[in-house]
Ligand binder design. Structure first.
Ligand code: ADP
Ligand code: MG
Length: 621
């Protein structure tokens, strides 16, 4: 039993030590941020706080003198009220006013600073995320949960904690001042209050850890609920939801998730209620005992009525300061758990080496070579690419063909360094691509993804994003649109290139929505906007109708000369226009050569031909 007690004591002590060091660390972090942002603000705030922390004691003293004078007056039984009593009453009102007004002023000042810091913190997080070279982290749910928690603490945390921190400092000053004053009357009152508050410290620490644990348990449910809410309100998904009549199914799912989150929260609130009740009972006992002690002191004539007023105000002051300190400590502690998330996020290691050791990145002169490239998305997933050997020669067009899931898009992601190969190397004119700074490297490549983005912005931005430095060059934008066939789309729009491609993201009803094929032409124009050493097109014609595809193929044949293309496509016509075709099967390159030779020799073309004729038949319907 003794050993058990000892163990409990040690655990509590360790918890407290850890808690205190956490609070100190986050205090340092936070003060550092405010100090960096504005030194004058911090000095002003500290000064106001110092004044504010002295006021309650002054009020208590003034009350004591006021009550004493009042008592003296009733004993004198004189009719007139002395001037000094008026003065004391005036002072009392003045101090009470100052106490309230300074609090209001402080919270305004802090709100102002907090708002600016919130923007700064959010931008720091986005900058950090933006500095990740690859997309691996974005595909991990744990990353999203972390991000959510960091944003949550950024939203409320900084400002709330700073305010609490100052209030806690104020309470410490107040507590010490009252404690010293009361000590001269009765150490017993102090002892009673101290004993009643000790168990509350561990209660607070414990519930903070539980809340943090709760947040991580709720995380996946909130993520899913958020996704379902997005599905149910998004214009691109709602049409299918209505057509398929799956709304109530999704709503049920959402309801279950929300109920799950609610039950977690209610459970936690119930625990909080229990802790708060215990804490409040302890405070009540302390208040009762203090009153008893004061009454005993009055009965033995140790103190007068003014002292009684002071002692009641003082012991109440000590209690509320202590509760304030405990709650403040608890809040800072709980936020410090979130600050740890912030640090975790800021210190996340991006698996892509972004810096590179080479300063110069030249255009492609010879070839890009995949040497023994193997890849899997994670160690517990199967290999997607296996020992890929492939050459993409400068000035030629290379097509990758393979069934769905054979790894074409993955190969493109590796080439773009959105992931790095698990084994093997990709060489750019003989240099390992990891040696180039990733931003410079990507500037030399133009890409159109299979699942390209549809920016709900103007046509000009949608195309100009292909070469952000020339986003205002309308001549270049219209040339790219002409090449991709998007100019026909633009001609039909009321504001031409300034038309917003969104029904939703406009101030007035100026936006439009366009068809899937039209979006693809815009995406293609975005790719063609860039002067690149290598153009990558992942299934570029999958959404185009037969005539648009013919136009694309014609444009491609006319423009491909001298440029380096890598195309993945299941359309035979696109493949036939390439100089070389690589067949990808189960993650391996199984054949490579000119399309004509492969058309006759490879068994892979057979099902493709079937699919082609099928798609031609459906296109002509
Ligand atoms: N982000 C990812 N995480 C895990 N597996 C993935 C991911 N993306 C694709 N895959 C898997 O990798 C394989 C190849 O996919 P992909 O390269 O998109 O094929 P393709 O473009 O040839 O259709 C598929 O089995 C797919 O399920
Ligand atoms: Mg693909």
């Amino acid at each position: 039993m003794d050993r058990e007690h000892c163990g409990n004591f040690l655990r509590t002590r360790m918890k407290m030590q850890k808690g205190i060091s956490r609070v100190l660390r986050s205090t340092k972090f936070l003060f550092g941020r405010y100090w960096e942002h504005s030194k004058a603000f911090v000095v002003l705030i500290l000064l106001l706080n110092l004044i504010l922390s002295a006021i309650p004691l002054i009020i208590a003293w003034t009350t004591r003198s006021f009550v004493d004078q009042l008592a003296g007056m009733t004993q004198d039984s004189s009719d007139w009220i002395p001037n000094s009593l008026f003065l004391l009453a005036l002072c009392l009102v003045g101090f009470l006013f100052m106490q309230d007004y300074l609090s209001i002023l402080l919270s305004y000042l802090d709100e102002r600073k907090g708002r600016n810091l919130l923007v700064q913190t959010k931008m720091a997080v986005y900058e950090r995320i933006g500095s990740f070279g690859g997309i691996q982290l974005f595909e991990q749910p744990a990353f999203f949960d972390l991000l959510r928690m960091v944003m949550h603490s950024a939203q409320s945390g900084h400002q709330q904690v700073f305010q609490t921190l100052l209030r806690t400092c104020r309470n410490v000053v107040l507590l010490l001042a009252f404690a010293l004053a009361i000590l001269s009357y009765s150490p017993l009152i102090l002892l009673v209050i101290a004993i009643s508050t000790l168990p509350q410290i561990t209660n607070h620490l414990h519930s903070n850890h539980e809340n943090k644990q709760l947040d991580s348990e709720i995380g996946p449910h909130e993520r899913n609920a958020y996704y379902l809410e997005h599905l149910l309100t998004n214009s691109s998904t709602i049409k299918e939801i209505l057509a398929l009549g799956i709304g109530s199914h999704l709503r049920n799912d959402l309801q279950n998730r929300l109920l799950m989150i609610a039950s977690f929260m209610i459970h936690s609130e119930r625990k909080r209620l229990k802790t708060s009740t215990t804490n409040r009972v302890l405070i009540g006992i302390a208040q009762g005992l203090s009153l008893l002690i004061i009454t005993a002191m009055v009965s033995t004539r140790e103190i007068g009525v003014g002292d009684v007023a002071f002692l009641i105000a003082g012991s109440q002051g000590i209690l509320s300061a202590t509760i304030g300190i405990l709650e403040g400590f608890s809040l800072i502690h709980s936020q410090s758990l979130y600050f740890e998330d912030y640090e975790k996020l800021v210190n996340l290691v991006d698996p892509i080496i972004t810096g590179g050791s080479r300063k110069k990145m030249s255009g492609l002169l010879g070839e890009i070579r995949f040497e023994g490239v193997s890849f899997r998305y994670s160690t517990n997933l199967p290999w997607v690419l296996r020992d890929v050997e492939l050459s993409i020669r400068a000035g030629e067009s290379t097509a990758i063909v393979g069934q769905n899931g054979s790894g074409k898009s993955t190969l493109i992601r590796l080439l773009l360094r959105l992931y790095d190969p698990t084994c093997g190397t990709i060489y750019w004119d003989g240099v390992d691509v990891r040696e180039f700074p990733v931003e410079d490297y990507r500037k030399t490549i133009g890409v159109m993804f299979q699942d390209y983005a549809r920016y709900q912005l103007t046509v000009r931005e949608n195309i100009g994003f292909g070469d952000i430095e020339n986003i205002h060059e309308i001549g270049r934008i219209s040339r790219a649109a002409r090449l991709s066939g998007a100019d026909n789309v633009v001609q039909g729009l009321s504001n031409n290139y300034e038309t917003v491609l969104s029904k939703w993201n406009t101030q007035e009803n100026g936006g439009v929505d366009i068809s899937g094929g039209e979006w693809q032409k815009i995406a293609l124009a975005r790719l063609l906007m860039r002067e690149a050493s290598l153009y990558i097109l992942d299934e570029p014609t999958s959404n185009l109708d037969a005539s648009s595809e013919t136009a694309f193929n014609k444009g491609f044949s006319e423009n491909k000369r001298g440029k380096t293309f890598l195309i993945s496509s299941h359309r035979l016509s696109s493949i036939m226009m390439a100089d070389n075709v690589a067949l990808l099967r189960d993650g391996k390159i199984t054949d490579y050569g000119p399309p004509q030779r492969l058309l006759n020799s490879s068994e892979l073309f057979f099902p493709l031909e079937q699919r082609e004729s099928f798609s031609e038949r459906t296109d002509s319907l």
